[in-house]
Design a protein around this ligand. Structure first.
Ligand code: ADP
Ligand code: ASP
Ligand code: MG
Length: 426
């Protein structure tokens, strides 16, 4: 017998028929002898719909009330799943964020889990009841509802798995694992048997939304075993206990898999894209100490995350251009904030562009192999794709390109690094 946390995403929970499917998958896991907790997302599209209501109600809405509104999507699906499980003869009950409770910091709309104290829930699971938990939501110290950022149900699931000391956290979604790139963009993307925490963390942070970045960081810290798998398999699909999906593993486990011949060591693990960034260029910034601090200090104070930064070689007359990227959702705020400080910073013009995409190549193999970046630049230039900015880390190279070229760039790089599935395996 094992204790398992199962998480189902929005597409899996979209409508009562799909919820019945999910209930059957959950029932089977319990019938296999496991103790089960289930974390659910809102129905697909529901969170977007609720966010729109908030925007319509007040352009500058109160984040605490926003959380009250958007957390409701998960409350609906958790109740519906508990009822459906009961209709199949299972003992089940919902445990809302404030009931368990899932204690988070106060940062509304981007809260982080601090502790989950769930003795009652664990006792109820031990007594044979299935615990159904709405993802995405928690409660702050001042007893207000919080939510954990888009895609946050993944993090709820990992946090619950750590709290109940689960043997495994199965993340059920609409694809059957983590692929070399988004399988909805590249038909020849290959499913991976395993990916290391480090690589998955980097892939998620540069746009592979199959797992929320924070969920991977938390799993790595708490040693939670994650499997990503599909909730859309048919009746005779391989059972979850036989690990049909993708495992997120430590470096040591990956070495073992390679030794056993279950995995090949790859230079590049995956390619991700992100269309949610925007570019800002400030022209003719004074080329002197303190100028860059004057630009990025106020952005940091306003909690606007700056990703890539390029300072061009100084022009004559002691001036330089500074280019950087921010989340597209923060572009208007960043622009207004910089315009207010134009005189103090001393730039000439501000040029913005949200029609860009970030394409990233990730792989631990890069630590020991040179040439991954230059191969990337060559492959893109061979197809006439212009690179507007570059950034690198130990295991990643990212470039900014025109958004219209996103799909082409991902496909070209997937082929260039030899990641395409053979036709018979595709
Ligand atoms: P859920 O609603 O279950 O949380 P998401 O939509 O958040 O599902 O994440 C699943 C989606 O992630 C897939 O449908 C796929 O389009 C996308 N995706 C992006 N990159 C990858 C990748 N490398 N492997 C698998 N899926 C990916
Ligand atoms: N419903 C939330 C969202 O759409 C959380 C989640 O699905 O993980 O972002
Ligand atoms: Mg998701």
């Amino acid at each position: 017998m094992a204790r398992i946390v199962m998480k189902f995403g929005g597409t899996s929970m979209a409508g009562t028929e799909r919820i019945r499917r999910v209930a059957n998958i959950v029932r089977k896991q319990q019938a296999a002898g496991h103790e089960v907790a289930v974390v659910v997302s809102a129905m697909a599209g529901e969170t977007d719909r609720l966010i729109n209501f908030c925007r319509e109600a007040h352009a500058l809405y109160d984040p605490a009330e926003y959380d009250v509104v958007v957390a409701s999507g998960e409350q609906v699906t958790s109740g519906l799943l508990a009822m459906t499980l009961q209709s199949l003869g299972c003992k089940a009950r919902s445990w809302l964020g404030w009931q368990m409770p899932v204690n988070t910091i106060e940062a509304h709309s981007k809260a982080r889990v601090e502790t989950i104290d769930a003795p009652e829930m664990i006792a109820s699971m031990e007594a044979g009841a299935i615990a159904v938990i709405p993802g995405f939501q928690g409660v702050s110290a001042d007893r207000r509802i919080t939510t954990m950022g888009r895609g946050g149900s993944d993090t709820s699931a990992v946090a619950v798995a750590a709290a109940v000391k689960a043997d495994r956290c199965d993340i059920y979604t609409d694809v059957d694992g983590v692929y070399t790139t988004d399988p909805r963009i590249v038909a020849k993307a290959r499913k991976q048997k395993a990916v290391t925490y480090e690589e998955m963390l980097e892939l998620a942070s540069v746009g592979a939304k199959v797992l929320q970045t924070r969920s991977v960081g938390l799993a790595m810290k708490e040693g939670v075993r994650i499997q990503v798998l599909s909730s859309f398999g048919d009746e005779d699909a391989v059972p979850a206990d036989e690990m049909p999906g993708t495992l997120i593993v430590s470096d040591e486990e990956m070495d073992q898999l390679v030794e056993q011949g279950d995995m090949e060591r790859q230079l590049v693990t995956g390619i991700a894209h992100d269309k949610n960034e925007a570019k800002v260029i400030l022209t003719r910034v004074p080329d002197k100490p303190g100028a860059v601090a004057d630009i990025f200090g106020p952005l940091a104070e306003a909690s606007i995350n700056v990703d890539m930064i390029i300072q061009n070689v100084g022009r004559d007359k002691g001036e330089t251009d500074v280019t950087f990227t921010v989340p597209a959702a923060d572009l208007a705020r960043a622009q207004a904030l910089l315009e207010d400080r134009q005189e103090q910073i001393g730039f000439n013009r501000i040029i913005t562009d949200d029609h860009i995409a970030k394409i990233s190549v990730v792989g631990v193999g890069m630590k020991s192999h040179a040439g991954v970046a230059s191969d990337m630049f060559r492959a893109l230039s061979d197809r006439g794709i212009n690179i507007q900015a570059i950034s690198t880390s130990e295991i990643k190279v990212s470039v900014i390109i025109d958004e219209d070229e996103t799909e082409l760039a991902v496909r070209v790089l997937h082929t260039a690094y030899g990641l395409d599935a053979k036709d018979d395996a595709a």
